[in-house]
Write a protein that binds this ligand. Structure first.
Ligand code: CA
Ligand code: CA
Ligand code: CA
Ligand code: CA
Length: 397
């Protein structure tokens, strides 16, 4: 039977070979990826962003040059028609007499002009869809965004000016906050927000930054210091120990100080660091104001068991077999727990004696739900930040 099938297949193979068609060849005209999360994007632009556009024909007066855009995917050539523009951002004028061609096999778009104006900065803007009709993901967030948010952008300049003349092609982001998800004992801490892009200082005002206690009350903020790179506020009243405070930044009202003709949708804060979008969330972070750190735990081996040492006295009712567990290659190791608040240093200790034979424990776990005597949950992350009970505060050993 097997022989028959093979014999039957041979004429078919011969026919394919004769026609020069290998049935295993990949059809390179198809898009590289389809479906959600596989949106096409620009993988390269030459000159690169904020790079100089160089004359490629020294025998002819003026600047002759081609901008080359490489796509990640095979594009629908028809979708590029009328959707490629170049603006001189120093004058605000769109450039005419561009020669625009697309090489479908190379996935490259060529934008040529025979006489680029010197001492100018340019913004290339394009929209397109791939061969399956999927729109280009200009802001590279893996989602199709409406309006201008997914325009693919590139900037370049000609001799006589510098890259500083180029407009921004991405929105401003927060590069740091102090204090940020840590504990502070200071009831009047300076609260500093730093940006990765020059900002419009008239938007770095208390009205666009809010500080709220976990009790729900809002805390007035006084601005102490401002520059284009950062702003520092101080609470207008002393914070209370034992409370988490949340800092919010109003994304739509905190704006970059961008070069003239930067697309206006790129001025607002990109709070979630995934590009500009219509529904940008506000930025949010928090810190704890407290004199007392959240409890931490360390683990060591004892004969036929494990020892869990906490750095402070604990609510012994929370030190349960549910919250403190050990595992070996077989799985969970049942055991008995001896708990005390009067270990060395007069802090809590748990001795966990295994009730079956093991080849030594491989792993141990303390749930973030264990609490100190004053009711503070465990701070179990690898580098404790002084705040207990956060989603990542289960302790794994
Ligand atoms: Ca020339
Ligand atoms: Ca997008
Ligand atoms: Ca965003
Ligand atoms: Ca923590």
């Amino acid at each position: 039977m097997r022989t028959t099938i093979l014999l039957a297949a041979i004429p078919l193979l011969i026919v394919c070979c004769l026609e020069g068609v290998n049935p295993l060849d990949v059809n390179t005209d198809l898009p590289l990826g389809t479906g959600a999360g596989n949106l096409p994007c620009v993988s390269q632009v030459a000159p690169s962003n904020r790079g100089q556009l160089l004359d490629d024909d020294p025998d002819v007066d003026g600047i002759q040059a081609t901008v080359v855009v490489t796509f990640s995917d095979f594009m629908d050539e028809a979708s590029l028609a009328g959707n490629v523009t170049v603006t001189n951002t120093l004058t605000g004028q769109d450039i005419t007499n561009l020669s625009i061609t697309y090489n479908a096999d190379a996935r490259k778009l060529y934008v040529r002009h025979a006489d680029w104006t010197g001492s100018s900065a340019y913004l290339l803007t394009l929209k397109a869809t791939n061969s399956w009709g999927e729109p280009i993901d200009g802001n590279r967030n893996g989602e199709a965004d409406d309006g201008p948010y997914d325009d693919a952008l590139g900037t370049f300049y000609t001799s006589g000016v510098s890259s500083d003349s180029c407009v921004f092609v991405s929105p401003p982001r927060i590069s740091g906050v102090e204090p940020d998800t840590i504990r502070t004992t200071d009831t009047l801490p300076g609260i500093t927000v730093t940006f990765d892009t020059p900002m419009d200082t008239t938007t770095l005002v208390a009205g666009n930054f809010t500080l709220t206690s976990e009790s729900g009350s809002s805390v007035p903020l006084n601005r102490l210091y401002v520059s284009q790179g950062s702003v520092t506020f101080e609470p207008g009243q002393a914070l209370r120990h034992g409370y988490i405070y949340t800092l919010m930044v109003a994304s739509s009202r905190v704006l970059a100080e961008a070069p003239w003709n930067t697309p206006s949708y790129l001025l607002a804060l990109d709070a979630d660091r995934d590009g500009a979008e219509a529904a940008e969330p506000d930025y949010s972070t928090y810190f704890l104001c407290d004199t007392q750190s959240a409890p931490t735990v360390s683990i060591s081996g004892i004969t036929n068991g494990l020892r869990f040492d906490f750095d402070q006295q604990m609510d012994l009712a929370t030190l349960t077999p549910e919250n403190i567990r050990a595992f070996d290659g077989v799985g969970y190791i049942p055991g008995t727990l001896e708990t005390t608040n009067h270990g060395p240093g007069n802090v809590a200790r748990v001795d966990y004696y295994f009730s079956r034979s093991t080849s030594g424990a491989d792993r141990a776990f303390v749930a973030k739900e264990v609490e100190s005597e004053d009711g503070t949950m465990l701070d179990g992350q690898d580098y404790p930040n002084g705040i207990g009970g956060e989603p990542w505060d289960d302790f794994w050993w």
